[in-house]
Design a protein around this ligand. Structure first.
Ligand SMILES: Cc1cc2nc3c(=O)[nH]c(=O)nc-3n(C[C@H](O)[C@H](O)[C@H](O)COP(=O)(O)OP(=O)(O)OC[C@H]3O[C@@H](n4cnc5c(N)ncnc54)[C@H](O)[C@@H]3O)c2cc1C
Length: 418
């Protein structure tokens, strides 16, 4: 088959990838979005990660720090009563209905004229003289090749970047956030309140062996429409780049979910609980990162460093899930306030026309664990998609990128946060 050419190709259709593709197409670029699964949304729709974090600051009066395409997504979810008002656990987040989100993201890419492939796995790429030239996609119709003037890697796993030979790394200094299989339980009446303490006590009382369940505490989320309860308990140490390792982790985690169900059924009011969905995919929090022109450091967040090339505001804390102990920790940003995310951490260090967003954005161990959440992913996605569209047009500056972002409703400075 002939190689088809696009202005911009976005690999991966999670929250970052959808924002990147829509921003690029709205700027006028002929844009291809390649997704390996059967719907858009990534973790939000395929891994039961049903809370947008990073949209609001974490202090007493939460301020909205992400706008642009996130505004469109939230407004559409709200019009279908499929999103809650902000709630607080360690941070501030909104809960949404993942089935409604699938349709909202479809509508957004269709309206923006994004060309979308699903069931399409980016499996190879060619890079020459510091520029990405083309990529290969495995489909049920065989291998297809596409070229573009600029690329955005939003695969979360860094597949496009790594397969092309661009500089990447796995985790940070041999540390990688642990993954968890989100699990959804139905059959719990909506007037029954279940707290993190209730679940922790039920698991402790069940007296499982350590290898039967890995954690006993998680945020407890109730979905806006079904009332289903979502928990992030079953956690495993695996390597997402190795399919054998993944399969073994999935098998162990699904075994854990049956034990958790047994414990939850002992909570008063939860006797009829049933397992609605495990995963379906394992929730990989961290894998590869693209090595970029700037690596955001936690020390820069702590000192609220201002960057001239700021393209988004972050608000989430450093949320670390330790593999060796299955314990998690949360460090707040200073004053629970917003901080700058610079464009440099979205631009490949050695490949001029390669950008990234979402989980791949370049941060050190603690900063990476803060800017990976979906609120920030929508903001970095929008910035990376616009940068790619401008790169495809020819010469451009970061100042022009910032102006284009502002005209698309993005929030770039503390004074226009809401
Ligand atoms: C258990 C868990 C709990 C979390 N809790 C929260 C939370 O409460 N709130 C929050 O905001 N964030 C949370 N996060 C983090 C958040 O889910 C991710 O950081 C976020 O989804 C990143 O968005 P993304 O678009 O970069 O990646 P993803 O959502 O992972 O999307 C990547 C997309 O790329 C596709 N893809 C991958 N490889 C290829 C390939 N080779 N070819 C084609 N397509 C490909 C995938 O199918 C997927 O659709 C959690 C994560 C986990 C795992």
């Amino acid at each position: 088959m002939e190689t088809e050419h696009f202005d911009v190709i976005v690999a991966g259709g999670g929250t970052a990838g959808v924002a990147a593709a829509v921003a690029s197409a709205r700027f006028g670029a002929k844009t291809l979005l390649i997704e390996r699964s059967g719907c858009l949304g990534g973790a939000a729709t395929m891994r039961n990660v049903v809370t947008f974090c990073g949209l609001y600051t974490l202090g007493e009066t939460p301020t909205r720090v992400v706008g642009g395409i996130a505004d469109d997504i939230i407004a559409r979810l709200r019009s279908e009563a499929a999103i809650t008002e902000p709630q607080r656990f360690r941070g501030v987040f909104v809960v949404f209905d993942p089935e409604t989100l699938k349709g909202v993201l479809d509508d957004l890419v269709i309206e923006a004229n994004v060309h979308v492939m699903s069931g399409a796995f980016v499996c190879d790429a060619r890079r020459q003289e510091g520029r990405l030239q083309e990529l290969k996609v495995a489909t049920h119709g065989g291998l297809r090749t596409f070229s573009a003037d600029a690329f955005v890697d939003c695969t979360g796993e860094g597949d496009l970047s790594a397969f092309s030979g661009a500089s990447t790394r796995y985790g940070n200094n041999a540390k990688v956030n642990e993954g968890s299989m989100a699990t959804r339980f139905g059959g719990i009446p909506s007037d029954i309140t279940v707290t993190a303490d209730d679940v922790a006590q039920a698991i402790t009382k069940a007296n499982f062996h350590l290898s039967d369940v890995t954690k006993n505490r998680s945020v407890i989320i109730r979905l806006p429409r079904s009332g289903d309860m979502v928990v992030f308990l079953a956690s495993e140490d695996y390597d997402p780049r190795d399919s054998f390792s993944m399969a073994a982790a999935e098998q162990r985690a699904r075994r854990q979910t049956r034990n958790y169900l047994q414990a939850i059924r002992t909570i008063p009011g939860c006797e009829s609980a049933h397992l609605s969905e495990s995963g379906p995919e394992f929730g990989t929090r961290e894998s590869r990162h693209l090595n970029c022109r700037h690596q955001l450091k936690w020390s820069e967040i702590e000192t609220r460093t201002t960057f001239d090339d700021c393209i988004a505001l972050g608000a989430w804390g450093s949320e670390w899930h330790e593999r060796s102990t299955h314990q998690s920790s949360f460090d707040y940003p200073p004053d629970k306030a917003a901080y700058h995310i610079p464009f440099g951490c979205l631009h490949s260090v050695d490949t001029d026309n390669l950008f990234c967003a979402g989980r791949l954005a370049d941060g050190d161990r603690k900063a990476g664990a803060a800017i990976r959440v979906m609120g920030a992913a929508m903001a970095t996605g929008q910035a990376a998609g616009l940068a790619a569209a401008m790169e495809a047009q020819g010469s451009w500056t970061v100042g022009e990128l910032q102006s284009a972002l502002l005209s698309q409703g993005a929030v770039l400075n503390y004074s226009n946060s809401r």
